[in-house]
Design a protein around this ligand. Structure first.
Ligand code: AHG
Ligand code: MN
Ligand code: MN
Length: 336
């Protein structure tokens, strides 16, 4: 039988080979992975665990929270606050940052997460996930504030997601490529099942919520129109569409076999740059995609170069196979 490499072994070896994963970061990643196992158990229980349905509360973005949004948020906070590796956490489900309480030692890392991505899919038994991003607290000032989180995505020390699908998988980058781990439920361990993942530069598959087409800006509409025109159109090939409506599942497909994911600005809310959140959705996913040889922009700029101005900042997202993201970004440039 092939030798199995666990998440712990992978991280220890990364630390040895590249020397850039301090013990604290390794602990942090393992604690996040453990929390994801706990969330996976709730997700799998579904109605039997009484975790489905609405919590009848709203988050800071004005979205109605599902029970699992809140449960997952609590699991991640409880798992991470006592270890001494973190200074503070931020989440889609919390208005402001959660500073590690005084009774615990404070570490130098900052953790951001979307505890449950794809909330509309929870109750219909479709893949959902958890997305996370790790930053270092820069500077030697005492205390921690929201300002410490407002760093460009290229500063991330690690990022990843866990997808709760037919298999539960953890996908991770510490800046040395992308590794995928599958949860062995009986053993309770994460086993390395793909390393140095690379996505193809060419693709014939796009992921976008087509029902919003009439609200898009001309460059995005042009790009999708040309895909839809197929063999007879300017692209000279037929495209296929896939849209799970869980960013985690759509990005997972793209990392696995290529494709392009677009969640653009739309004119219904012109002042909002997009639907997805920069710090805990777009940044970690862009880090993974770039590490796998893909590209991620907001139409005019590399996502990882955007300097955030607020915690829950939104952004327009185009990511995936390089040639396609380049093309749709070029269409924006030609228009500007
Ligand atoms: P969340 O459940 O964390 O709010 O995120 C959902 C996001 C993302 O996962 C997905 O790509 C998108 O919302 C789908 O939204 P629509 O179905 O409204 O297009
Ligand atoms: Mn989300
Ligand atoms: Mn969410």
């Amino acid at each position: 039988m092939a030798r199995r490499i666990s998440l712990t072994q992978y991280l220890v070896e990364q630390q040895r080979e590249h020397g850039h994963i301090p013990a604290e970061l390794r602990l942090l990643i393992e604690v996040v992975a453990r929390a994801c196992k706990t969330i996976a158990i709730s997700v799998n229980k579904g109605a039997l665990g009484e975790v489905l349905g609405s919590a009848h509360t709203e988050n800071v973005q004005g979205e109605v929270q599902k029970k699992l949004d809140i449960i997952s948020n609590e699991v991640l906070i409880e798992a991470n606050e006592w270890g001494g590796h973190l200074a503070a956490m931020a989440s889609e489900e919390m208005d402001s940052i959660h500073v590690v309480p005084n009774r615990y030692p404070q570490g130098e890392y900052l953790l951001l997460f979307d505890p449950l991505d794809g909330s509309s899919n929870i109750d219909v038994n479709v893949s959902i996930g958890t997305i996370f991003s790790v930053l270092r607290k820069v500077g030697h000032h005492r205390g921690v504030s929201e300002q410490d989180f407002l760093q460009a995505g290229r500063a991330q020390a690690a990022a990843g997601y866990c997808v709760y699908g037919p298999q539960t998988m953890l996908v991770l980058t510490v800046g040395e490529g992308v590794a995928m781990f599958t949860l062995d439920r009986e053993m309770g361990s994460w086993v390395l099942t793909a390393d140095q993942v690379q996505l193809p530069a060419e693709t014939k598959e796009f992921a976008v919520n087509m029902s919003n087409m009439r609200h898009w800006a001309p460059p995005v509409k042009r790009y999708i129109d040309e895909c839809l025109a197929g063999k007879e159109g300017p692209r000279g090939k037929d495209f296929n569409m896939r849209w799970v409506a869980s960013m985690v599942a759509d990005v997972h497909r793209i990392l696995t076999r290529g494709g392009v994911f677009i969640y653009p600005w739309d004119k219904r809310e012109p002042d909002k740059p997009g639907k997805l959140r920069l710090l805990y959705e777009a940044n970690p996913m862009s880090f993974l995609i770039e590490q796998a040889g893909g590209m991620a922009t907001n139409g005019s700029q590399r996502i990882l170069d955007i300097v955030p101005t607020k915690l829950h900042e939104r952004v327009s997202v185009m990511l995936g196979s390089k040639n396609e993201v380049e093309r749709v970004t070029d269409y924006h440039r030609e228009q500007a």
